[in-house]
Design a binder for this molecule. Structure first.
Ligand code: PCA
Length: 284
């Protein structure tokens, strides 16, 4: 997994592995290597797809360059049917077990923003191809940085602002390097937990069933944890002296413009799958 032991996604995954162990009377043990310690995030999908590891977690949007449908979560607010990620996973020899969203995504800055224009020219931390595009459209210069490296990159001045949730702001102690958090709630990207399909099929049938049952519990538990984590994360940022801002009307309008541009660009690359996803979204 790419994220730290204390992060709610990892805690949910540890509960999932404990559940699997219990349901199989200890016959199936899953060992969690957190913070990208076994495989770095950009390599995780290939590792599980080729069977280097049997099971893994990654952020769907991380792989937006490999298939635009993986990037859909970096565009949108609502839940979309997981059908297309399931099909894409299957084509890569993986089976999706469960998927859990991050809290809403906001923007962290050192000084308060008079307007979105203040982001122009800033060195801006992003985490996926589409968040990099977002930064570009705001006039900032994006650098993709994984969560474990965030504090170091701020400390050395490699970046001055970032996009992420109050969850990751909390786990990286954002108050040590920025003072303002804009609650744009731009979208809720999702992590997926997938198994290597061949490894999974080699398991005895009762163990396969145990994994699926545990996954079916882990998904709604993760969604509930995500909601709670947003509240706790916001409160933790404030408690540590950060100022939380609701975006004003001008800022909302500026972001809406960038969002519309991103949706248009994405739709053009994502073809029929993308159009179906966007259509379902706009209908909501
Ligand atoms: N944390 C992860 C992904 C989205 C989030 O809230 C990150 O910042 O990389």
């Amino acid at each position: 997994t790419p994220y730290s032991d204390g992060e709610f996604h990892t805690r949910n995954i540890v509960l999932f592995t404990e559940d699997v162990a219990k349901r199989t009377n200890g016959a199936l043990e899953i060992k969690v290597h957190s913070s990208g310690s076994l495989i770095k995030h950009p390599d995780i999908m290939r590792a599980v797809s080729t069977g280097q590891v049997n099971i893994a977690e990654f952020l769907l949007g991380q792989f937006g360059n490999e298939d635009p449908v993986f990037a859909a979560d970096n565009l949108r607010h609502a839940r979309h049917p997981m059908r297309t990620p399931i099909l894409i996973s299957a084509a890569r020899g993986m089976t999706l077990l469960f998927s859990v969203p991050w809290p809403g995504q906001g923007i962290y800055t050192k000084t308060p923003l008079k307007s979105v224009d203040d982001l122009k020219g800033t060195k801006f931390r992003t985490y996926s191809p589409l968040t990099a595009r977002l930064a570009e459209l705001l006039g900032a210069s994006p650098t993709v940085i994984q969560v474990p490296e965030i504090p170091q990159m701020f400390a050395t001045g490699a970046v001055q602002a970032m996009i992420t949730s109050s969850a990751t702001g909390t786990s990286t102690k954002a108050w040590e390097f920025v003072s303002n958090y804009y609650k744009t709630s731009a979208f809720h990207p999702k992590n997926a937990v997938v198994v290597n399909t061949r490894a999974f099929k080699r398991l005895p049938k009762d163990q396969q069933a145990a994994v699926v049952s545990a996954a079916n519990l882990a998904e709604p538990r993760g969604w509930a944890m995500s909601k709670q984590r947003e509240k706790d994360g916001d409160a933790t940022l404030a408690k540590n002296g950060m100022t939380l801002h609701e975006p004003d009307a001008a800022m909302k309008a500026a972001f809406a413009k960038v969002g519309a541009q991103m949706a248009k660009e994405w739709e053009a690359t994502a073809g029929a799958d993308g159009q179906a996803i966007l259509k379902a979204y706009y209908k909501k």
